[in-house]
Design a protein around this ligand. Structure first.
Ligand code: FEO
Length: 165
């Protein structure tokens, strides 16, 4: 049985992962309409992953005799001020999600909930990956500058094809 404080934090995380999914969907849609098809593919796939993260938590809360609450979401931004600004936002958002996961981990220690603590380690590793791939894309963008954005877009397309995060 989950302690109330853990259940509440996991429900908060359900909302945050779900919001991540629609935020990346909105970014994907923007990128597609701007002609950045590689970036759009990357973001559509990322949105799908975030939905899976949300589902993972929903299933875990219910499995542990808690009650997962399906939230409504704020409307994400519709327009983005270019690729660099958008990927900076992706990285900032992932850092925010990492902090949010860390807060739950911290609470599991306070509550001696070692099962949830152990289960959360997958998310801890996933966040390292997600921050690192956002940073990798930002680094590539710095290298290409405002030129060769077409080649950059192809490159991002191949990141997914190679099984990158
Ligand atoms: Fe599921 Fe990107 O945090």
């Amino acid at each position: 049985m989950l302690k109330k404080s853990i259940e509440d934090l996991l429900n908060r995380q359900i909302e945050r992962e779900g919001y991540s999914s629609i935020l990346y969907l909105s970014m994907a849609s923007w990128a597609e309409t701007e002609g950045y098809n590689g970036v759009a593919d990357w973001l559509f796939a990322q949105a799908e992953e975030e939905k899976e993260h949300m589902l993972k938590i929903i299933r875990y809360v219910n499995e542990r005799d808690g009650k997962a609450v399906i939230p409504s979401f704020d409307k994400p931004p519709v327009d983005f001020d270019g690729l660099k600004v958008m990927f900076d936002q992706v990285l900032e958002h992932e850092k925010y999600v990492s902090n949010s996961i860390n807060e739950i981990v911290e609470q599991t220690v306070k509550e001696n909930d070692f099962a949830t603590h152990n289960w959360l380690q997958w998310f801890v590793s996933e966040q390292v990956q997600e921050e690192s791939s956002a940073q990798e894309i930002i680094d590539k963008l710095k290298l290409v500058g405002d030129h060769n954005l077409y080649m950059f877009d192809r490159d991002i397309m191949s990141m997914r094809a190679e099984g990158g995060e």
